[in-house]
Design a protein around this ligand. Structure first.
Ligand code: PRP
Ligand code: URA
Length: 206
């Protein structure tokens, strides 16, 4: 299930992320800003409980996010989105999945996984900025499924049609939140026009 988040503030941050002259410091700030906006959209139906609070003028009804949210960054680039999600949901538990795409074949292999328990009863938000071939996303979603997750949303910052199609085929019940679907992939399986290598731009490792 695809949800294209079309918001002027999202596109403004995305334009800075795409700009090849944007240095890592600004790139990191824009990654946080766009992730805040995308996460707000992806958590529209996060479970809540009614509460009563006292304002200076009297009682008011309110609603609190219920505790069972798990956010899962796909390392390394997904870490650039984590602080934004935790700013919105400080009580979220965090799982980590480490995946690395081979530079020649673009096939993702797993080097790390540490997930919280009770995923079956959790609202799971997987965060990975680039959905290119979809190989990394499907590998991460497979792991989450095996660990018991059923209610999963994934947030990315740029998606390619190939990646969206693969996730929709292999995990049709996962909601994909993205601001944009780009034209496609080049010969090296990079998204075109995309923004380049997200992890390298985030951490200055070109
Ligand atoms: C990037 C990105 C995704 C993956 C997307 O990670 O963060 O995880 O590529 O490509 P795919 O859809 O074709 O699998 P990368 O493997 O470059 O690792 P990094 O985050 O450590 O830089
Ligand atoms: N990973 C990236 O960082 N960028 C792409 O375009 C594809 C995969």
């Amino acid at each position: 299930m695809l949800r294209v988040v079309d918001h002027p503030l999202v596109h403004d941050a995305l334009a800075t992320l795409r700009d090849k002259t944007t240095p890592p410091e600004l790139f990191r700030r824009m990654a946080v800003r766009i992730s805040l906006l995308l996460a707000a959209e992806a958590t529209r139906d996060v479970p809540g409980t009614p509460v009563d609070v006292e304002t200076p003028l009297g009682p008011a009804p309110g609603r609190r996010v219920r505790g069972n949210v798990v956010v899962v960054p796909v390392l390394r680039a997904g870490l650039g989105m984590l602080d934004a999600v935790l700013e919105l949901i400080p009580s979220a538990r965090v799982g980590h999945i480490g995946l690395q795409r081979d530079e020649i074949t673009a096939v993702a292999s797993q080097y790390y996984s540490r997930l919280p328990g009770d995923l079956g009863a959790s609202f799971v938000l997987m965060i990975d900025p680039m959905l290119a071939t979809g190989g990394s996303a499907v590998a991460a979603l497979d792991l989450l499924r095996v660990a018991g997750a059923t209610d999963i949303r994934m947030i990315c910052i740029v998606a390619a049609p190939e990646g969206v199609a693969l996730v929709e085929q292999r995990h049709p019940d996962v909601h994909i939140y993205t601001p944009v679907i780009d034209d496609g992939l080049n010969d090296h399986k990079f998204i075109v026009p995309g923004l380049g290598d997200f992890g390298d731009r985030l951490y200055g490792t070109h």
